[in-house]
Design a protein around this ligand. Structure first.
Ligand code: FAD
Length: 398
């Protein structure tokens, strides 16, 4: 029997899934529905770490090769704490790519295997898709994949079906771009007029950078951002981070100031609907992994479908069993990471080396031992001497 699969959302998760399914199971009928026009998206550049790219390469070398051709690579990052800074040199190079370019490449790779996404086609409860358990009109899809991001309509269509846990954070942020490759990549933490402000920026092409600006909840009201327009907030960021922007202005693309809503679905599937990517859990931007988690979900769902011999409930159970441990691990790391940022004013009351160490180890996934491999120079200059001092003190006590 030919499987009929509807994928809602042509983000990285939906496009990669469509490509994989059509490539390895060409007899499957796959449709991708995307609400936006072909060349529209939010944001600027995103990062894709080396391990994630290598994993893509194992299953689809063409995807890895084409993405890497369009990426810029960098293995350094400055941590700036007011007037002090430290340059971290990582063992592996992080890759960054323009989000629109990433989507264009994936879309082309879909077309090459025979899937053409249907743009400007929003799926909602009135759509021509059958979702079991809901009043529905026409349609006969065996599987509906919610790859429709943080505000998933597939999730909403199922009511409480996916049992969401939702938490709105106190910090406020906006995603900007800069028309220049800022160098080095940096995370800047700055006191300014009684508030604390953060800029996270990195180059993603030879002449463009992503620039995420953030402030904590107290700063938002204390410095009057709550009463400003987005244009005034942008001007304020340009003033605070003028040393880093070197005369550049911040560019906007749906760059609205907002609070991040952390969301996790307890149920992975409901009837014949299943979630992948941000629809399943929104990865906070401070861990820079949302795109790869979305693509890893797509890969796991593909593998489960490829091995299920048409038994979709079995495939959905296999997909969840495969991905849940990783999802839960990352959810814990995400919470630790955003809580670190939520308490940034307290964290900033130290010297830059201690602050950088605190930043690097904030999620608990990197400890001193792993730091030795991950950021060897930082380990040598700042961690090893401290460990030696602590061992000497311990030795004297013993
Ligand atoms: C400020 C910021 C910085 C980030 N930086 C990084 C980074 O450096 N690295 C990284 O890996 N990730 C980053 N992310 C996260 C990353 O963008 C997401 O995790 C990733 O895009 C998730 O992919 P997705 O395919 O699940 O969802 P999305 O990319 O959100 O795609 C969902 C698609 O579904 C479409 N859609 C939604 N509803 C419907 C509907 N009803 N009908 C049809 N179509 C619909 C949307 O238009 C969209 O195209 C960042 C996010 C933010 C907010």
């Amino acid at each position: 029997m030919t499987m009929r699969i509807a994928i809602v959302g042509a983000g990285p998760a939906g496009l990669f899934l469509a490509r994989l399914i059509k490539k390895t199971m060409p007899e499957t009928h796959v449709e991708v529905f995307e609400q936006n026009p072909r060349d529209a998206t939010y944001g600027f550049g995103v990062t894709l770490a080396g391990a994630a790219r290598a994993r893509l390469g194992e299953v689809d070398p063409e995807v890895q090769a084409r993405l890497e051709e369009a990426m810029v690579f960098n293995s350094t990052q400055a941590i700036v704490l007011d007037d002090e800074s430290i340059l971290l040199k990582y063992a592996g190079a992080g890759g960054a790519i323009e989000r629109l370019n990433l989507l264009t490449i994936l879309e082309r790779l879909c077309e090459e295997v025979g899937v053409t996404p249907r743009y400007e086609t929003r799926v909602d409860s009135k759509s021509d898709l059958t979702v079991r358990g809901l009043p529905s009109e026409l349609g006969d899809y065996d599987l509906i994949v919610g790859a429709d991001g943080a505000n998933s309509e597939v999730r909403a269509m199922m009511g409480s079906g996916f049992r969401m846990t939702t938490r709105t954070l106190g910090n406020h942020f906006a995603w900007y771009g800069v028309g220049k490759a800022l160098s080095p990549n940096a995370l800047v933490f700055r006191h300014y007029e009684g508030g604390v402000f953060i800029a996270h920026y990195y180059a993603y092409t030879a002449n463009m950078s992503t620039f995420v600006a953030e402030c904590d909840a107290d700063t938002w009201t204390r410095c009057g951002l709550d009463k400003m327009t987005d244009a005034e907030r942008k001007a304020l960021m340009e003033e605070i981070f003028s040393p880093e922007l070197e005369g550049e202005t911040l560019l906007e693309n749906k760059s609205i100031w907002r609070q991040f809503t952390a969301q996790v679905a307890e149920d992975w599937s409901c009837g014949n609907a299943v979630l992948i990517g941000d629809a399943l859990r929104v990865a906070h931007f401070s861990i820079g992994s949302g795109t790869r988690l979305a693509m890893d979900d797509a890969l796991a769902l593909h593998d489960a479908l490829a091995g299920c011999e048409g038994d979709i409930p079995a495939a959905l159970a296999a997909y969840e069993a495969d991905r849940r441990p990783n999802r839960d691990l990352f959810t814990k790391a995400t919470v630790k990471s955003f809580e670190w940022y939520e308490n940034i004013a307290v964290r900033m009351q130290t010297d830059v080396a201690s602050f950088a160490h605190d930043f690097l180890t904030r999620t608990g996934r990197v400890d001193d031992k792993r730091l030795e491999r991950y950021a060897p120079e930082f380990y040598r200059d700042h961690v090893a001497p401290r460990l030696e001092r602590e061992a000497a003190v311990g030795g004297r006590r013993g």
